[in-house]
Design a protein around this ligand. Structure first.
Ligand code: SUG
Length: 439
């Protein structure tokens, strides 16, 4: 069956700010407290979507979640009117207010894990919303994310939307950021890789390992995936402690190609052997491993070389790597990319995109999109308002330009009027996407 990879990018919300909320995410720590520019952030994201669309790909979008998250603040004991809730949270618990305002749902690679219908025993396209339980500000995303996915994929013949796994560290799940699907072509059965940082119950030193093996195993069961086509791999501690808080900071795969850093996995040789065994009879794996001697892990993480989108563009016979401009600006990664594309490997071109506002919080091009492999029937069965054309992108950009601030300091979150601004902006975005029901 023919299928297409549809990228659902997160539309960056009006409260995008640098809260310094993510332990183990070096960019978030470095930019903590800086003034952000939500308008520029959202426009950068929308330009990336436009670039994909112009290349002939199907491009989707997921709207921002409602922020501030009043349910969260109320469950933390704040009460009264909206303005009173914000004023008292700003006074006694500014860290909770920052969490409630985080625009982190923009990184839709963490929204859910997705398995295409070609891989599932029941022939449906499966989503499991990520519980994101390791980081407080992210743990409050899942109820609204599930509601969004249900609105978009509201057809049980084609789609199964599973709500988040249990909210316990044993089930810590970060979604597609720790998941890679490999195949001969999108519509054919594939091999799904699940990368975890620790076992349930295991405590680790250093930066937090955000994904548990139990979470990955649970998703494999829920999505009715064949066990011989599912591979569980352990992230290396070196990668996590160097700042690879998700596997997609050191690895990206598409079709039969796996592009990864030498230090990404705990045991690279065993990882490749396991993938080859699972792929037996389906495709021949093309690994592209980048040696630490060529691109040190610290450069890979600062530039986000691997947090790139790896896509098959119509009319091009080799894959295209859509990398952040930071990769072009760093000597080791630029030289590596030039050498890679001049060789005859599976990646033939690198396109650089500017998503700097998101990058300063540790989110590159790959974080900003959720990949959903869909057949034509599935594309037709999903909510059409989120499948973009240039006109819709223009309309969204107009709303952003008219309603988003171009300067936001964490202290601005204390102003109750900002909550009204965020609500009004989101309502206008939802209207463009024909999703008023989520308001
Ligand atoms: O979870 N940053 C996000 C970045 C997520 C990137 N996603 C992928 N790698 N797929 C995170 O650490 C920072 C927010 C702040 O500090 O204000 C943040 O949540």
């Amino acid at each position: 069956m023919t299928a297409f990879e549809v990228n659902f990018d997160g539309l960056i919300g009006p409260s995008h700010n640098y809260g310094g909320l993510s332990d183990g995410n070096l960019a978030s720590a470095t930019h903590a407290g800086a003034v952000s520019n939500p308008r520029e952030a959202a426009l950068q994201g929308l330009e990336k979507m436009r670039m994909m669309l112009r290349s002939g790909l199907v491009q989707g979008v997921l709207p921002p979640l409602p922020r501030p998250n009043f349910d969260f603040l109320v469950s933390a004991g704040f009460g009264g009117t909206d303005a009173q809730i914000i004023e008292s949270a700003a006074r006694v618990a500014p860290h909770l207010l920052k969490a409630a305002y985080s625009a982190s749902s923009m990184w839709t690679a963490n929204a859910a894990t997705v398995s295409p219908s070609a891989d599932s025993a029941d022939g449906r396209l499966h989503f499991t919303t990520a519980n994101l339980s390791t980081m407080l500000h992210r743990s409050i995303e899942h109820p609204d994310t599930t509601a969004t996915l249900i609105s978009l994929f509201d057809n049980e013949d084609h789609f199964a939307v599973h709500s988040a796994l249990p909210m316990h560290p044993d089930f810590a799940d970060e979604g597609a950021a720790n998941h890679v699907r490999l195949c001969a072509e999108h519509g054919a059965a594939g091999v799904e890789l699940f990368v975890f940082g620790r076992l349930a119950g295991e405590s680790t030193l250093g930066f937090p390992a955000r994904q548990s093996r139990l979470a990955s195993e649970s998703v494999i069961r829920g999505h009715a995936l064949a066990s011989n086509r599912s591979v569980l791999l352990r992230q290396s501690v070196d990668a996590i402690d160097s700042g690879a808080f998700h596997n997609d900071v050191v690895c990206v795969g598409a079709l039969d190609t796996l592009f990864f850093h030498e230090l990404a996995f705990d045991d690279t040789k065993a990882a490749l052997a396991a993938i080859r065994q699972a792929a037996d009879g389906l495709f021949e794996l093309k690994p592209v491993m980048v040696a630490d001697a060529e691109v040190p892990i610290s450069d890979a993480i600062r530039s986000y070389l691997f947090n790139s989108q790896l896509v098959q563009m119509p009319g091009e016979d080799r894959l295209v790597l859509i990398a952040p401009t930071e990769t072009q600006e760093m000597e080791s990664t630029r030289v590596f990319c030039e050498k890679m594309v001049s060789g005859n490997g599976p990646i033939g071109r690198v396109e650089y995109v500017d998503v700097r506002q998101s990058m300063h919080n540790g989110g590159g091009p790959a974080c900003l999109r959720l990949r959903v492999v869909m057949t034509e029937a599935e594309i037709n069965a999903c909510h059409q308002g989120v499948l973009l054309d240039e006109e819709a992108i223009d309309e969204l950009q107009d709303v952003v330009t008219a309603t988003y601030r171009d300067r936001l300091a964490p202290s601005d979150l204390a102003d109750p009027k900002f909550a009204d601004e965020c609500r009004a902006a989101r309502e206008q975005l939802l209207a463009v996407l024909d999703l008023e029901s989520l308001a």
